[in-house]
Design a protein around this ligand. Structure first.
Ligand code: SF4
Length: 225
């Protein structure tokens, strides 16, 4: 029978870590993505300056750079998409990301030390796809979270509110139409959208306390949450 010390120094592959959410990717994971072992359609991007939970500060803060993460199993299920929940195994075990390799649930010092270092960005992965890279750059310029935060703050404070509402709605509509156009005109796989452009601005705007109403393709701001 194992004593408690032995129990703590071996990973039991119970899947608990994987059920808490997929890992963020680092430069060491680039080969696995480039080779298709981790497909782009299984990733999503938390864009630079987007509010995100910071595991080190244990608080929500604007992301210092893009954070490329493995998607959850379903819309309201953060469990890593690669976790085989029946057999409790990793579907990409040999190619699993570096965060999964260093994480030991009984001692998180190693993962904390590398947590925000050498993160993989969309630019790293799209360097060989200039057409998509240009689209991503344009989207970032028009829908960047630094501007979004400023517009949201002005709306909240009621300062210079009307132009801020207009600018924010313009960005939300552009974000929506870019995604639609990318699918309709370039036949882009819709599963790539959250990697290329992050989560839809019409959804993430709730993090700034802004409440939207949608009627068909029309979006309006109806108040603060
Ligand atoms: S990639 Fe594999 S080891 Fe890493 S969180 Fe997902 S299922 Fe778990």
């Amino acid at each position: 029978m194992e004593d408690s010390a032995t129990q703590k120094i071996q990973c039991r592959r119970c899947g608990t870590c994987c059920a808490k959410g997929g890992p963020a990717l680092h430069r060491a994971d680039r080969e696995a993505v480039d080779s298709g072992k981790i497909p782009l359609k299984c990733l999503f991007t938390i864009r630079q300056s987007e509010p995100a939970y910071d595991n080190i500060r244990r608080a929500i803060a604007p992301a210092a750079s893009d954070i490329i993460k493995i998607k959850g199993a379903a819309e309201n299920d953060a469990t890593c998409i690669f976790l085989d929940q029946e057999r409790v195994g990793c579907g990409i075990y040999e190619a699993r990301p570096v965060e999964c390799r260093v994480l030991t649930c009984w001692d998180t010092r190693a993962i904390m030390a590398m947590y925000d270092q050498e993160r993989l960005t969309r630019a790293d992965l799209l360097a060989r796809l200039p057409g998509l890279n240009d689209l991503v750059t344009e989207h970032q310029e028009r829908c960047g979270y630094e501007q979004v935060a400023q517009w949201a703050e002005r709306i909240k404070q009621g300062q210079d509110k009307e132009p801020a509402v207009e600018a924010l709605l313009h960005a939300i509509r552009y974000d929506q139409s870019l995604r639609q156009v990318a699918i309709e005109r370039t036949h882009l796989d819709p599963r790539l959208l959250e990697f290329l452009f992050g989560r839809a601005l019409s959804i993430t705007i709730r993090m700034y306390g802004i409440k939207l109403a949608k009627k068909g393709d029309q979006v309006t701001i109806v108040g603060m949450l």
